[in-house]
Design a protein around this ligand. Structure first.
Ligand SMILES: Cc1cc2nc3c(=O)[nH]c(=O)nc-3n(C[C@H](O)[C@H](O)[C@H](O)COP(=O)(O)O)c2cc1C
Length: 208
C-alpha cells in the first residue's frame, strides 16, 4: 500500500482481518444533547441503525442523556429532590458501567461538547475506565472541536478514544440545519470508526 493510502486510512484486506473480534460486546450510543428539539436524536438514531445493520455481533443501545435527570455535580440537594437525584446518578453510573465501549454523539456548543454531557461525565470514573470511545459529531465544522474536547476529558477518565470520527455538517448534512439528510460519503468513516471501536473494545477486554 502507498504512503498516501496509509496516511488517509485506506485499508487493505490484511488489515481488515486484523480487527479483533470478541463476541457479545456491549456498545452504547450516547445521545449527548438534551436540548428540546435537538438535532442529536436523528443523528443518534442514524448511527444506531447503521451500526446494527452491520451484523457485528455487538449489542448496540442508545443511551439518551435527557432521560437521566442528573443534578449539577456538587450542587446542594434539597430534601425534595435528594432521592430523585441520587436515583438518577445511580441509574446513570450503572448504565454506563454496563457497557464495554461508547460512541458519543455530540453537537458542538461554543467549540466544546455540551455542558450536560460534561456534567454527566464528571460523575464517572471506574465505570468507564479501560473502555473505548468513538465519536459522531455535528456542527458547522462537523462537531470536530467537541470531539477534541471530549478526547481531553476521556483521557483523564482512562478511556481510549479511536482516531476516526464521523463529522456531519449542519450546512450540507441537514436541510435548513434541522432535517438530517446525511451525505453517503459518511458511511465509509462510520464503518472505519466502528471497526476501530470494536477492535479496541475487544482488545481491552482483558484489562477489564
Ligand atoms: C449554545 C450554543 C453554542 C453553539 N456553538 C457552536 C459552535 O461553537 N460551533 C458549531 O459548529 N456550532 C455551534 N452551535 C450550533 C450547534 O452545533 C447546533 O445548533 C446543533 O444542532 C446543536 O445540537 P442539538 O440540536 O442536538 O442540541 C451552537 C449551538 C448552541 C445552542
Amino acid at each position: 500500500m502507498g504512503f498516501l493510502d496509509k496516511l488517509f486510512g485506506k485499508s487493505n484486506k490484511k488489515e481488515e482481518d486484523a480487527v479483533v473480534k470478541v463476541d457479545n460486546l456491549k456498545i452504547a450510543i450516547i445521545q449527548g444533547s438534551v436540548r428540546e428539539g435537538r438535532n442529536g436524536e436523528a443523528v443518534a438514531n442514524w448511527m444506531y441503525d447503521f451500526a446494527t445493520k452491520r451484523n457485528d455481533n455487538v449489542d448496540y443501545e442508545i443511551v439518551d442523556l435527557a432521560k437521566y435527570d442528573l443534578p449539577l455535580l456538587g450542587e446542594e440537594l434539597t430534601e425534595a429532590n435528594q432521592v430523585g437525584s441520587e436515583t438518577a446518578i445511580k441509574a446513570w453510573s450503572d448504565k454506563m458501567a454496563s457497557f464495554d465501549g461508547y460512541i458519543f454523539v455530540t453537537p458542538e456548543y461554543n467549540h466544546a461538547a455540551g455542558g450536560a454531557l460534561k456534567n454527566a461525565l464528571d460523575f464517572l470514573k471506574p465505570e468507564v475506565a479501560n473502555k473505548v470511545a468513538g465519536f459522531v459529531g455535528y456542527g458547522s465544522l462537523g462537531g470536530t472541536r467537541a470531539h477534541e474536547n471530549l478526547r481531553l476529558i476521556l483521557g483523564e477518565l482512562q478511556v481510549a478514544d479511536v482516531q476516526t470520527a464521523v463529522t456531519f455538517s449542519l450546512m450540507t448534512d441537514f436541510v435548513n440545519m434541522s432535517e438530517f439528510k446525511p451525505a453517503d460519503y459518511h458511511e465509509a468513516n462510520a464503518n472505519q470508526m466502528l471497526d476501530q471501536v470494536i477492535s479496541w473494545t475487544g482488545a481491552f477486554n482483558s484489562l477489564r
